[in-house]
Write a protein that binds this ligand. Structure first.
Ligand code: GLP
Length: 250
């Protein structure tokens, strides 16, 4: 089932998603959260850090899985998603380093790396997976045309994704890796709950197609329509093309 909630106030949106994560962290003995990079979840991470500093949440027993990475990139590279997650969240909360799982983009054997990642997720199934939508409709780095059966795999990045990477610290387009490694669609769909966040009018068409279009491998994020527990959290701009009455307003 998909529940769509729109927010007029961005801070309330971020707080709402942070609360959903904190609830699972409070309730479960060993919570497992899947984290996304990109600009969209940054406010949520700020709220989580604030809550941690105010002693409202304890991440001691939390396990984290990152969604994706650039191929060929060491996890300490300033533009790696692993570093971005440390800088924007993990280094500011009390999650233990050995419970943070990140794909190694510079592994010698990438197939083996992908297999190991899927095995680690199977061992500790993800309670909440945060997601954003890419400008080509991707989730994680599952680009248009990716099989819905895919597990963690290496991908050729779509030109839109290469272009969007300029927002993630690269100075020149030539510096952006051409390949990524990503949790697969099937891997993502195994999470017990998905929380998809989208903000801004540039996402409005994409959000409409994701929620109201056909479920189609050419538009990977449309797969979330088939998940049994999905929360889609939008700002008013990202929701502006959705049919009235199909979502809750806050
Ligand atoms: C990036 C990442 C995704 C992210 C998406 C949206 O390329 N690979 O994991 O969710 O695109 O990014 P943003 O939130 O910056 O729009």
């Amino acid at each position: 089932m998909i529940k769509v909630i729109t927010f007029e106030n961005e801070e309330k949106l971020d707080q709402f998603v942070a609360n959903a994560i904190m609830q699972v962290v409070h309730e479960k003995a060993h919570p497992v959260i899947g984290f996304a990079t990109g600009s969209t979840p940054q406010g949520t991470y700020e709220q989580l850090i604030k809550a941690y500093q105010n002693k409202e949440v304890d991440f001691t027993h939390t396990t984290a899985f990152n969604l994706d990475e650039y191929v060929g990139m060491n996890n300490d590279h300033p533009c790696s998603f692993a570093k971005a997650m440390r800088d924007t969240l993990f280094d500011h909360i009390n999650i233990s380093t050995n419970q943070i799982h990140a794909l190694q983009g510079d592994a010698i054997d990438m197939n083996e790396e992908c297999k190991k990642y899927d095995e680690a997720i199977a061992k500790e199934p993800i309670d909440i997976q945060l997601l954003g939508i890419g400008m080509d409709g991707h989730i994680a780095y599952n680009e248009p045309g990716t099989s819905f059966e895919s597990t963690t795999h290496v991908v050729d990045l779509h030109p839109e994704s290469i272009q969007s990477s300029l927002n993630y610290g690269f100075d020149r387009i030539e510096d952006v890796p051409r390949r990524g490694v990503s949790q697969g669609i099937q891997t993502i769909m195994m999470a017990k709950q998905l929380i998809m966040i989208a903000k801004g009018s540039k996402k409005a068409e994409l959000v409409k197609r994701m929620l109201e279009g056909s479920v189609d491998e050419q538009f990977p994020s449309s797969i979330i329509q088939r998940h049994e527990n999905v929360l889609v959290v939008l700002d008013v701009e990202a929701a502006k093309l959705l049919q009235e009455g199909t979502y809750e307003k806050r």
